[in-house]
Design a protein around this ligand. Sequence first.
Ligand code: GLU
Length: 321
Amino acid sequence: MPNSKNPLSPAGGYRGRFAPSPTGPLHPGSLVAALGSWLDARKNQGKWLLRIEDLDTPRCIPGVDQEIMRQLLACGLSWDEEPTWQSQQQERYQEALERLRALQTIYPCICSRQSIANTLEASGVTTARNQEIVYPATCRPATIPLNEVITHPATELIIEGSWRLALPPNCSIDFEDLALGKQHQDLNREVGDFVLRRRDGLFTYQLAVVVDDAEQGITHVVRGKDLLSNTARQIHLQKILGYPTPSYLHLPLVLDEDGEKLSKQTLATAIHTENEQQALNELRKAASYLGLRNLPDGKAVSIAEWLLAATQAWDRKIIFS
Ligand code: GLU
């Protein structure tokens, strides 16, 4: 569908992306996201961009970005424009933060994880493991405007803290996932005012991804289902910043024996792509998670032939079948 508001894709052509964090080489789970986003872009004659999400510098491993690129190319998953690195886009994020500040929708917060946990505990709120911690709005000024210097009442010192987005009341987001169908999230109840810049000065994933998706004219965000619960936040931010909202498609996750998502944090092992046969095996495994069946098997098939067959077979309706 033509997206007239999108400066970088005036003709409304499909623009997708793969956005790995260089915290470890590609593992079977991240290959599913890479392959699914690549196939969706190719099936729609679109462009597929590579963005290295290296903002969380303490977690990034030097050289892993190059390793991820080698793995992608070994799997035949080539990108269409110059790759980008989030670490090189700081001004963009700062500018977006300044705009939000001018709109009086953000406020500084001095809470630590521990003080938030204590506040929640004192008010009888329990948060299960893996569940979102809903910020109890401790630092949220009672009145807006917020763009004055905020002092901490206990110390009367001007404190450098994180910056949180002040959600308006009744902030519920509805969207249609291209594979999972209707989605709904009540941001006030399920998320609370969320952080856009951390107290250590790093911009958060939520802000950076929204700015980059808009700057790069992304029309389709295809990524793992583990990120589904972030989407409503991102749509809300897009609305405030006046950006178009792309289409979203969330893909199945690869789980370990304990039913946990395979991730770099769970020390998932890297995929093997040292030769074409190994890379093809990894692609075949990834394809099986995407509902793709009856693709050419055997050793005689090349990666290029296999990817062509996979592109022809790609169908959003069968991903979760
Ligand atoms: N950088 C994120 C990750 O590696 C992906 C972000 C996204 O696709 O929106 O999990």
